[in-house]
Design a protein around this ligand. Structure first.
Ligand code: DX5
Ligand code: ZN
Length: 215
């Protein structure tokens, strides 16, 4: 299991040192939640902030776009230093065009599913993406309760990816911590996003080890 701490739960007055703190604690990727106040009812940050924090780690920047028109902003996030860009299948952008823009910049591309969207919605794109992100909360805010009923969706995706012999990773996002990581692992998730569970932990290194099943 790879762990991607979500910076949404960090102290935003010191994002740089928060990234360094997570790097030292053993984070695999840095998960960056971009919200536009339109696709989701919250606002966070965009490409300029990502560019400023990019030098604080060499770990991959996993940029989760919760915005209505992701295709318009792919170049901005690529220029800012994103390594992985995921966008919602429910957004207004054409999935094929958006994937091509991301891959055209040499980055990894992923599609994201909101809780109400079935696994089958991304099946036509599975041979074009590097990962699929399954939301285990409604996107918009950190600190919400994990939706265990999303695990059959993860299992359906895992079965389809394996059946077609693809190398697509499955990522899960929302409410993941000590109480929920076993369900996520058993369902076949490769990468877990964790905000509250690592940033609010007394010892983030221990928290990450536990989530990775290495404690
Ligand atoms: C929610 C975000 C998540 C969130 C996870 O819209 O996509 O990445 O920050 O935070 P926790 O782990 O606290 O649920
Ligand atoms: Zn996220």
């Amino acid at each position: 299991m790879l762990i991607a701490p979500s910076l949404l739960s960090c102290d935003f007055s010191k994002m740089g040192s928060e990234i360094t703190r997570m790097d030292k604690a053993g984070a695999d990727w840095m998960h960056l939640d971009v919200m536009d106040g339109h696709f989701v009812p919250n606002l966070t940050f965009g490409a300029p902030i990502i560019k400023w924090i990019r030098p604080y780690t060499k770990k991959p920047f996993d940029v989760h776009l919760m915005i209505s028109e992701p295709a318009r902003y792919i170049d901005d996030f690529a220029d800012a230093g994103a390594d992985i860009i995921t966008f919602h299948i429910e957004s207004d952008s054409d999935p094929d065009e958006t994937i091509e823009r991301i891959k055209g910049r040499g980055l990894q591309a992923g599609l994201v599913l909101k809780p109400h969207t079935p696994a089958e919605a991304v099946f036509p794109y599975l041979d074009k993406v590097d990962l699929v992100l399954v939301m285990t909360v409604e996107p918009g805010f950190g600190g919400q309760s994990f939706m265990a009923d999303m695990m059959p969706k993860v299992q359906a995706l895992r079965a389809e990816i394996d059946r077609r012999g693809l190398k697509v990773l499955i990522e899960a996002d929302g409410g993941i911590g000590d109480a929920t990581i076993s369900a996520v692992t058993e369902a076949g998730v490769d990468v877990s996003v964790a905000g509250t569970a690592v940033f609010k932990a007394d010892n983030p290194a221990d928290a990450i080890k536990r989530l990775k099943g290495e404690a």
